[in-house]
Design a protein around this ligand. Sequence first.
Ligand SMILES: NC(=O)c1ccc[n+]([C@@H]2O[C@H](COP(=O)([O-])OP(=O)(O)OC[C@H]3O[C@@H](n4cnc5c(N)ncnc54)[C@H](OP(=O)(O)O)[C@@H]3O)[C@@H](O)[C@H]2O)c1
Length: 338
Amino acid sequence: MKTEQTMRVAVFESYKKGADAHKSIHLDTRAVPEPRANELLVRVHMTSLNAADGLLLQGSPWVIRMSQGVFRPRKENRVLGSDLVGKVVACGSPEDRHLIGSMVMADVSDSGRGSLAEYIRIPRSTSIVISDEISLESAAALPLAGSTALQALRNKLAISTGERILILGASGGVGHLAVQLARNIGCIVCAVCSEKNIELAKKSGAAEVFDYRKINIIEQSELLGSFNSVLDVASSYTMAEIEPLLADGGKYVRIGGSLKRLFGVMFGGKRFGKKTKKSFGTYLQKVDLSDLETLVELLVGGHLTPHIDAVYPLENVQEAFRYFIEEHPQGKVLISCL
Ligand SMILES: NC(=O)c1ccc[n+]([C@@H]2O[C@H](COP(=O)([O-])OP(=O)(O)OC[C@H]3O[C@@H](n4cnc5c(N)ncnc54)[C@H](OP(=O)(O)O)[C@@H]3O)[C@@H](O)[C@H]2O)c1
């Protein structure tokens, strides 16, 4: 398949924090890369923004800079974008020739990122082939956010039918998919997000939704009742504050929010869990192709419907980041690279 020689790519060369963070990202032209052995060259059709992109752009929390570059992102880390849907246009190994022309969905979050570009070179092992008939938007919304939600609910909380689950941060990329997945399994979902996103949490299947700006859920434990599981995307409370909301033997997993709170659970969760006879832990998503297959099956079967808040063309990548970081979008924000 013939490819172009150069491509447009969104790059950032310095870390910028706060309201101006988006201003450090801009479009550049680069040579289209050559795929190496076991790699595929993919013409990116659609990619999604994930919370990690916003954190990397800002170089915050500090721990990010240890791997990305202390004062500025190292050259190889200057293109963001953790997942994608696109068409394979070339391959580095002859045994992959049959993949040329196929649509793939990929999670490149632990293989260098870089999907905010017209072309990307990806390890073959990060992608699955998907049908041309699947909606591009829905497929692009799923890889990182969907597998994080799926793995946290299944691998860490082991949720099951009839259980009550509290999802803190239920309207963002991960949260709204977690509400749907938990509902599919037959859980009774109680969701927490801001007022403007309550409708989405309800539409995703939450039985009850609370606005964290109006209700301090910690002070409302009688109103909320107790939960078998808590999925915490937002990290607004300490383990001690959450503990009374957990039923006997209940499980709590924290996947996002401030580093301090994450470290609190990572290093103190086991001891606190022993003391309270409940479980407290964190979870880090892993790239797992069978989970991508599961997400696609759920999508095709009509059991998972990602909510797309906005789709920006690649040339509007700055505005897309501003919107994503500043405006509390509902569900996912996507970038079309076509
Ligand atoms: N552990 C992992 O492997 C992994 C993987 C992916 C993502 N993450 C992390 O998970 C987090 C969420 O990712 P995302 O893509 O879903 O982000 P997102 O789209 O920005 O969603 C954040 C969610 O948190 C809610 N929220 C904000 N402040 C809150 C508060 N005080 N109380 C309750 N809810 C609150 C937001 O509600 P409103 O918008 O309505 O305010 C929204 O529902 C990020 O911290 C990200 O780094 C972790």
